[in-house]
Design a protein around this ligand. Structure first.
Ligand code: FPP
Length: 247
């Protein structure tokens, strides 16, 4: 792995506080090697550990990874079952590394709809890392941006109906607080979105939060995406002129 902290050429890198990644290309990676799609997801899972450690070493505050979308349930059941087992495998294998690296796990998604074993794996990981003060590794699992916005709207509507809030006072901030990323506070909105595999779309990921995110579409398939690719994409981000609607 690249020596990210000491590398002279990275010394002027301005590292985004929150990076979101759409980890795409697992299936094509596997196909290229003549392997089943699930082999790509397995290697994609191993790469989560490598990139999480690299991002943490760079000083990223939040790394949000799109691991399973509310639309991914429509995939063949064998693949869905495999994807549901990944958190069990991942935390079962890499928890000592996450603790050693001081990484804190968070999950944004509709966890109540997950199989019991998957839910237990993610809640145990959240519990086991809650004292850690380093990077927040945020898995978007059974996550969908539209469903998240609808969910927030319902919470606010119920509060208004119960006279707990005045609808006139709903604003960007109070709406953000009701999103699944609400606990991230000021860090909820990604500065940079990276999508691997060359596809160029958002696919229902963090729709509200990405209002002003810079987007980099990297050709690399996710299992091949390295710490050096991450640094290169941050350099592209550094060359962007972020104006947030201003001049
Ligand atoms: C998209 O690639 C990838 C996914 C739907 C799954 C991503 C999951 C991981 C990388 C592992 C997550 C790890 C944990 C611990 C939860 P694709 O299957 O659509 O690839 P393709 O477009 O090449 O077919």
């Amino acid at each position: 792995m690249a020596d990210l902290n000491n590398s002279k050429q990275n010394s002027d890198l301005r590292v985004p506080k929150h990076i979101a990644i759409i980890m795409d290309g697992n299936g094509r990676w596997a196909k290229r090697l003549g392997q089943p799609r699930i082999a790509g997801h397995k290697e994609g899972m191993n790469n989560v550990k490598r990139i999480a450690i690299a991002a943490n070493n760079l000083g990223v505050n939040v790394l949000s990874l799109y691991a399973f979308s509310t639309e991914n349930w429509t995939r063949p059941s064998k693949e869905v079952n495999f994807l549901m087992r990944l958190p069990v495998d991942f935390f079962g294998t890499f928890m000592p590394d996450l603790i050693k690296e001081n990484i804190r796990v968070m999950v944004t998604g509709f966890t109540d709809k997950l199989p019991a074993k998957t839910r237990k794996a993610v809640f145990d990981a959240i519990e086991d890392t809650k004292q850690n003060t380093g990077m927040i590794l945020n898995f978007a699992f059974n996550y969908g941006g539209r469903a998240e916005i609808v969910h927030a709207a319902k919470i606010l509507a119920i509060k208004a109906k119960n006279d707990e809030i005045d609808p006139e006072n709903i604003d960007d901030e109070s709406f953000s607080e009701q999103l699944l990323t609400g606990p991230l506070g000021d860090l909820a909105d990604p500065d940079l979105l990276i999508r691997t595999s060359g596809e160029e779309r958002i696919s229902n990921f963090m729709l509200w939060q990405m209002a002003y995110s810079e987007m980099v579409f990297d050709e690399t398939y996710w299992p091949d995406f390295t710490a050096d690719n991450l640094v290169e994409d941050i350099k592209i981000f550094n060359d962007r002129d972020r104006r947030f609607g201003s001049v």
